[in-house]
Design a protein. Structure first.
Lengths: 507, 629, 101
């Protein structure tokens, strides 16, 4: 019986050990080791995907072993419709990040080790069903990211990475305390005190306690998502990180926070979730509009994309707390979609930077005639990011808006306005970057190289495929989201059954 | 006769063409144009075959839904990729493919010198593909895909010459302005789902829905859908993007901004008219908006100096008329006007393009003139289109516009008739002005003097469209029994009939007075040479400027919307975010540092201080223990 | 007649107090050590006195422990002072404030 989940989680770690244990490993070898290991992990995750049964709403391929029996701490991994695609996305993007970082000259061995260590941490976070184990993986993400930004980043990297680290730690402190409180209160359960999420979901907590715990969990994840007003670490971290760091940070790290809200907040504290849904939705709405508006004002291309992430993640959180089947499914889908689109955007921004050596939109222009394929790819991704139908983000955003309108039309309308704002800031950025006359210093830039095309092609293909045929993903997400929703116990928003046809037999 | 199930090929052929041209366009060179034209022409042929098949079926069975694949399903929501074949969609498909094919053909000549011709035809094919998807979609979400898709292609094509900052800006303006409407449409679609349980047109058009009680929800839904139409069809107040869209190549203006994309709004309203009728107020809003737009744009067109801008405002105005018809429940009449307008407006744009082609891109009416001698074919076809637009008896435009006014009069809407007639006079005036200034008199610049006629590949479409502009009226000889209304009746119902107002003969006479009067006045002022129109222009400079700037609506937006929003955005970005929210985070850091800075002074480094601390601590402990005892 | 315990305790307290003051006030490291010894011996005296009082040997045993610890502490402490003195030519503890903020 193959332990798919453990394999997917720890294969990158094996890669890390190989890289670290061999100090004199030449740079080229280090890159290939990283690429082989990460591609291997992706293939393993495909195996996991293959074994996933779309009809089962609960956790599958559960791996369970006692770690510290006396306190009920287990090694517990499991996957369901919510985490499945996040794991696949992670294993899909890490090889791409490795490829994108092929020409990192400064300590490439350590750089690749950081990427792989990150992968273990992220996959583990998505798969862990034991709270303390989750916390461990959650924290394990921080250190490699800290190094990535701090060592290989841009001018203000130290400020950015320390800020990132401290902000996240701040939230994690609350998380740890809450986990321990929850554990202390779980004595009443059959089987004694435990960290097992599945068992804790059945725990009866006093209302006030549950609410405080919900808020503690919320703070931790709100920093990561990020939710207004705890978002200010994001622009700096994204801007100063190296390309691969930005890609991983935006595509996956942020989603760990959103995932946490679904997996823990909704499952463990249903009453508190209902009670505070209004607050979270308000913050999400603010994030959508505020993030977009501030993005509009940016002249640094990377910073603009960073703020757009704040806006887009607002949709995910909105979908989560609108408590309708459509909105939650849309939110989960958006976690993947945003990962692909924004990851691609950061890859492209990195490629532009490598040529123009600037992120300042005021100093760019007319690049469409200089590097048509690169710019064409950028336009394609920008269109997906602003929700053009036929591409991936539209499906998720529409489902979120649909579900939200069902719950409250006004909230849905405000959320939909984020779509207009996205069009404005993305197209304006595109206009400044790609159209108009070409400044002399940018005349001779080369277009996409083979390596760059290989980096981009899978992502762009996925963006199109998900937009045209999202059914493959939605079918596996739905049972899990239905289960999560029934756990929350929100009032149902059901569309009336279609108005019956007047004549039977009419097409 | 083509099997209805093959309808999926109709949008797919142009989309496939677009894909091929995007990647291999550069290598194909001029062949790209022929390939692109072929795909659209093939779709047109298929459309004709499907129409024939449809006509073969008895009236009650002229609807077929073709299922392609499951697209999205979440909870009770389901949207499949399904296409709908019925009289209305077939009519639209014919318009789009036939006019589209002609414009593709024309573009082979027009864009021959452009190095990026492959990319141009890719975008053009992509556009046709999306537009066909829009009109053939069986559910509103798929329609929305097509809706946004044509918006995208409009963006790409307006900004085709992207080295020009003005073009790039115009493209962005178009996309963003229509997006405002699109977002309202999206919310409306969501509401439709929650009210009717499905987005399928089969449900929306079902008689059971029509029998529902009218209520406020439907008003909101209808108004939201109409907001989308207002954006896409450039009605007041979302019309500001269309005149600027003239930055794009002229075939683009002809196809997208005259014949097809802008008519999508009319199609939407007509398609979902059941929802509008379930609301008390929505149709009135449509009527009023259409009327205001028709008049406003017709007036503004009189003051434009750029030939294409005249036509842009003209399009806005004519679309207004279509919405007036829809607002009066005369949907078949609106559809006929859509068809006729597609013919003569595309013709006028292509003719203008021909003029530009022959005069090295001259569009300023003040610098044209006398082209009837140098470019006879262009001039003749342009004149045909102009006469049709003005509504001269027997031509297509006459049957369109006059039916609308007749319905207005017949149903007792005297004010609508009066204002509509005023607008018709203005229409005749501006189009007469255009033709007079461009074609008559003497050439007023070197470029006009040395103009040359366009190649046959451009003239042929002009001729075909001219034939349409002149002769399409046969489809609308009577609003109830004419070919087109009868064909559309199962879907759109009967055109309202009334005996109020003036008798038919009088109406026709009055309309001719208006049309010929407007044309005549224009000829007298601009074409006859008897009036110094430059001096007249000087004397009415204020009025001319007002009209030229579209009554300053654009500037109003800049001041009332653009600038405050930008200021607010700047405030949010630089004050709220950078100083306050970020300051909060950094402030916590600084507070911690301050506290630590104060706290560290305990560490004096002196042993004796520590010893004292020991002593005091021990004393406190002793006291504590002693007290406890 | 047996000497009352109180006498011993008074002497013990006096020794302890002198020692404490010495530690707090004097700056010479050696003198501070001597003061610490005084403190320790004051405590030892008190222990023996109480042992005699209770007729129990526990106090005297504790005194032995205390003496051993004091001896060890003096050895190590003097070694440190000597090595510091060799390096810094001072036995003034106020000069050795490197662990300051």
């Amino acid at each position: 019986m193959t332990r798919w989940l453990s394999l997917t989680t720890f294969l990158p770690l094996a890669g890390v050990l190989v890289l670290l244990a061999w100090p004199r490993l030449p740079a080229a070898a280090a890159r290939w080791v990283a690429l082989v290991v990460s591609v291997g992990t992706f293939i393993v995750s495909l195996g996991m995907l293959g074994r996933f049964d779309a009809a089962v709403p609960g956790f599958q391929m559960v791996e369970e072993a006692w770690w510290v029996r006396s306190i009920g701490l287990r090694y517990l991994l499991g996957v369901d419709g919510v985490s499945l695609w996040m794991v696949v996305l992670t294993t899909f993007l890490v090889p791409i990040a490795v490829l994108a970082s092929w020409h990192v000259h400064d300590r490439p061995r350590l750089f690749m080790a950081c990427l792989l260590a990150l992968e273990t941490g992220m996959v583990g976070s998505f798969l862990a069903l034991d709270l303390l184990l989750f916390f461990l993986f959650f924290e394990a993400i921080l250190f490699p990211m800290y190094l990535l930004i701090g060592v290989w980043g841009s001018e203000r990297r130290i400020y950015a990475t320390v800020k990132f680290f401290l902000f996240t730690m701040f939230g994690s402190a609350f998380l740890l305390v809450a986990i321990l409180v929850l554990h202390a209160r779980s004595g009443a359960l059959p089987g004694g005190p435990t960290f097992d999420v599945r068992a804790l979901a059945d725990l009866e907590l006093p209302v006030a306690t549950a609410r405080w715990l919900f808020l503690a969990f919320l703070v931790a994840f709100a920093v990561k998502v990020p939710l207004f007003p705890l978002h200010t670490w994001l622009p700096d971290a994204h801007t100063e990180a190296p390309t691969a760091g930005s890609v991983i940070l935006a595509a996956i790290l942020l989603k760990v926070g959103a995932y946490g809200l679904i997996r823990f907040n909704l499952a463990l504290f249903p009453e508190a979730s209902r009670r505070f849904a209004g607050l979270v939705i308000a913050l999400a709405l603010v994030g959508i509009v505020y993030g977009a508006v501030v993005a509009l004002m940016q002249t640094d291309l990377k910073r603009l994309v960073a703020y757009s992430s704040v806006s887009h993640l607002g949709f995910v959180v909105l979908g989560t707390f609108a408590f309708t089947q459509q909105s939650l499914t849309g939110g989960v889908l958006q976690m993947v979609n945003h990962g692909l689109s924004t990851g691609a955007l950061f890859l492209l921004v990195g490629m532009v930077y490598e040529r123009t050596h600037t992120r300042d939109l005021a100093r760019m222009g007319g690049l469409w005639s200089v590097t048509p394929w690169l710019v064409g790819a950028f336009l394609f991704v920008a269109l997906s990011s602003l929700g053009l139908p036929g591409l991936n983000n539209f499906v998720g955003e529409f489902l979120v808006v649909l579900g939200t309108v069902g719950r409250s039309p006004w909230v849905g309308a405000v959320a939909a306005s984020g779509v207009v704002l996205a069009a404005i800031y993305l197209l304006w950025a595109f206009q400044r970057m790609a159209t108009g006359p070409v400044p002399a210093e940018h005349r001779g830039h080369p277009d996409l190289s083979l390596r760059e095309a290989l980096v981009l092609a899978p992502v762009l293909a996925a963006i199109l495929a998900i937009g045209v045929y999202p059914k493959v993903m939605l079918d596996r997400i739905e049972p899990a989201t239905a289960r999560v929703l029934s756990g929350v116990g929100a009032s149902e928003v059901v569309a009336p059954s279609p108005v019956p046809l007047a004549q039977e037999g009419a097409p | 006769m083509v099997a209805l199930d093959l309808v999926w090929l109709v949008p797919t052929l142009p989309l496939a063409g677009a894909a091929v041209l995007l990647f291999a366009g550069r290598r194909l060179g001029r062949l790209a144009g022929w390939l692109a034209t072929a795909t659209v022409a093939a779709s047109a042929a298929l459309a004709v075959g499907i129409a024939a098949r449809l006509l073969d079926l008895p009236e009650a069975e002229r609807t077929r839904v073709v299922h392609l694949f499951e697209w999205i399903r979440a909870g009770s929501f389901r949207a499949a990729a399904e296409l709908r074949v019925d009289p209305l969609s077939v009519t639209m498909v014919l318009v789009v493919t036939v006019v589209g094919a002609l414009i593709h053909l024309y573009s082979i000549g027009y864009m021959a010198e452009d190095p990026r011709i492959g990319r141009f035809f890719a975008y053009l094919n992509l556009f046709v593909g999306f537009m066909l998807l829009l009109v053939l979609a069986e559910n509103l979400l798929l329609l929305y895909v097509g809706w946004e898709g044509v918006g995208l292609c409009s963006y790409l094509l307006i900004g085709f010459w992207f080295e020009l900052p003005s073009a790039a800006a115009a493209a962005k303006k178009a996309f963003v302005t229509t997006r405002v409407g699109d977002t309202a449409l999206l919310v409306g679609i969501a509401l439709v789902f929650f009210r009717l349980g499905s987005l399928d047109l089969s449900r929306v058009l079902d008689p059971a829905v029509a029998a529902l009680q009218p209520s406020g929800v439907f008003t909101i839904i209808a108004l939201l859908l109409f907001a989308g139409a207002v954006g896409k069809s450039a009605q007041v107040p979302l019309h500001v993007w269309l005149p600027d869209a003239m930055e794009g190549p002229t075939p683009v203006s002809a196809l997208i901004h005259a014949a097809t994309m802008v008519t999508a709004g009319v199609y939407l309203v007509v398609r979902t008219h059941v929802l509008f009728e379930l609301s008390g107020v929505a149709l009135t809003v449509v009527l009023v908006v259409g009327l205001v737009t028709a008049l406003y744009a017709a007036l503004s067109a009189i003051g434009q100096d750029d030939a294409k801008r005249v036509l842009a405002y003209s399009t806005i105005s004519q679309l207004g008329y279509m919405f007036v018809a829809a607002g009066m429940r005369a949907y078949a009449v609106a559809m006929f006007m859509l068809v006729a307008h597609a013919a003569y407006k595309a013709l006028l744009f292509l003719a203008a393009g021909s003029v530009m082609h022959g005069t090295e891109q001259e569009t300023d009416l003040q610098r044209l003139g006398g082209l009837w001698r140098r470019m006879p074919w262009t001039a003749a076809t342009m004149a045909a289109g102009a006469l049709s637009l003005a509504g001269v008896l027997g031509l297509a435009g006459f049957f369109a516009k006059d039916e609308i006014l007749a319905v207005a009069s017949g149903t007792g809407r005297g004010a609508v008739w009066a204002l509509g007639t005023l607008g018709a006079f203005c229409s005749a005036l501006y189009i007469g002005r255009l033709v007079s200034l461009a074609l008559l008199g003497r050439p007023r610049s070197d470029r006009a003097l040395h103009a040359h006629e366009s190649p046959p590949v451009m003239l042929l479409p002009l001729a075909v469209l001219a034939a349409g502009a002149l002769g399409l009226g046969v489809l609308m000889t009577d609003p109830r029994t004419g070919t087109l209304p009868a064909f559309l009746a199962p879907v759109l119902g009967e055109v309202p009939h009334g005996e109020a107002g003036l008798p038919k003969g009088v109406l026709v006479a009055l309309s001719q007075v208006t049309a010929l009067g407007g044309l005549g006045l224009a000829w007298y002022l601009y074409g006859s040479g008897r009036v110094e129109w430059l001096a007249l222009r000087e004397r009415l400079a204020g009025v001319q400027r007002l009209l030229a700037h579209g009554m300053y609506v654009d500037d109003l937006y800049a001041a009332a919307v653009d600038r405050p929003l930008r200021a607010a955005a700047a405030a949010l970005a630089w004050v709220v975010d950078a100083r306050w929210v970020d300051g909060l985070g950094n402030g916590v850091g600084r507070l911690t540092q301050a506290l630590a800075g104060a706290g560290r002074r305990v560490q004096t480094g002196l042993v004796r201080t520590y010893a004292l601390a020991f002593l005091l601590g021990a004393a406190v402990l002793l006291v504590y223990v002693g007290v406890r005892r | 007649m047996r000497t009352p315990v109180a006498y011993f305790l008074v002497v013990s307290a006096a020794l302890f107090t002198i020692g404490t003051v010495g530690v707090l006030v004097r700056r010479n490291a050696l003198v501070m050590f001597m003061s610490v010894e005084l403190q320790l011996n004051g405590v030892n005296l008190a222990l023996v006195a109480f042992s005699r009082l209770h007729g129990d040997l526990t106090g005297q045993v504790l005194t032995f422990f205390s003496l051993v610890v004091a001896a060890a502490e003096v050895v190590v402490g003097l070694a440190i002072i000597v090595s510091v003195f060799r390096r810094r030519r001072t036995a003034n503890v106020d000069d050795l404030a490197e662990l300051r903020w």
